[in-house]
Design a binder for this molecule. Structure first.
Ligand code: SAM
Length: 292
């Protein structure tokens, strides 16, 4: 087996060989601890029949571990300067395809169809660039891609919000958006010392297991998310206040909003952060006819 990329010595040697300088604006914090990488890969529970999608391979530290544990890896990298480096560090892995593209601009479904025919178990595994964590996760989920799940490193603070339960301070529209599509768990807290350069914030790994059906079945998905976002617009306000001030023509429709709250069995004086996904589902279905 090749020498691991993710050691302080090997990483430094690679960076020096290519005179690579980190771009903070691209969230470049590379992992230099092979044990952490192996654990991330274990959480993804892959086999020789699994396809892996990676966002941001950097110099290939995680890519190499994924290549060893899966059938094929397709990895999106935005920074052109890393392409010749990856060509070198991953030369021995024939099951890796690097795509030079911003993941947020990429047609991931088309790439999956092109690269993963004959593979039906697909996981997204990445050490995400922290400046775009949420847009990346939401893009992957909202596009209803045929993936089994997502295992990613991200800011601990975002991991806390994603996996938060109702009634806690971290629970909000992001928790609901992600838990609507997936079962979300924080599986590991990671110290700053395993990165170069070290990030300013603490990190965690989350595992999102895509649900066969969404957590609640609603009349209109888009409207459900409009209602949840509106409900958290100002956290200290009551549900009634947030809904009247945030929903289109909400002030004129106060009576209808009160009726919908009553029909769904939810006290108007409650705060958004106390509602479960089921309750938000009921509420958005009762509100729906008044707003369409
Ligand atoms: N996987 C490597 C590791 O664990 O050492 C690098 C992870 S580093 C936190 C994030 C990587 O994502 C960098 O290589 C960065 O250039 C890349 N990146 C940043 N924004 C991106 C985007 N929008 N699309 C694809 N890659 C991106």
């Amino acid at each position: 087996m090749n020498k691991d990329i993710a050691t302080p010595v090997r990483t430094r040697a690679i960076l020096e060989k290519y005179g690579f300088s980190f771009k903070k604006s691209l969230g470049q914090n590379f992992l230099i601890d092979t044990n952490i990488l192996r654990k991330i890969v274990e959480f993804a529970d892959m086999s020789e029949n699994t396809g892996a999608i990676e966002v941001g391979p950097g110099i290939g530290a995680l890519t190499e571990q994924l290549a060893r544990s899966s059938k094929k890896v397709v990895s999106f990298e935005i920074d052109q300067r890393l392409l010749p480096i990856l060509n070198d560090t991953l030369a021995d892995y024939k099951n890796v395809t690097i795509i030079h593209k911003d993941i947020l601009e990429a047609d991931v479904r088309a790439v999956m169809e092109e690269e993963f025919h004959e593979i039906d178990d697909i996981m997204v595994v990445a050490n995400l660039p922290y400046y775009v964590t949420t847009p990346i996760i939401m893009k992957l989920l909202e596009e209803h891609l045929p993936i089994r799940g997502i295992v990613v490193m991200l800011q601990k603070e975002v991991a806390d919000r994603i996996s938060a339960k109702p009634g806690t301070k971290d629970y909000g529209s992001l928790s609901i958006a992600v838990q609507y599509y997936t079962k979300a768990e924080t599986v590991m807290i990671v110290p700053k010392t395993v990165f170069v350069p070290q990030p300013n914030v603490d990190s965690a790994v989350i595992r999102l297991t895509v649900r066969e059906k969404p957590a609640v079945i609603v009349k209109d998905e888009k409207f459900f998310f409009t209602v949840t976002k509106a409900s958290f617009a100002q956290r200290r306000k009551t549900l009634l206040n947030n809904l009247t001030s945030q929903l289109p023509s909400g002030k004129e429709k106060k009576e209808e909003i009160l009726q919908a709250l009553e029909k769904s069995g939810i006290e108007p004086s409650r705060r958004g952060e106390t509602l479960s996904l089921d309750e938000f589902g009921r509420l958005s279905d009762e509100l729906y006819p008044y707003f369409h």
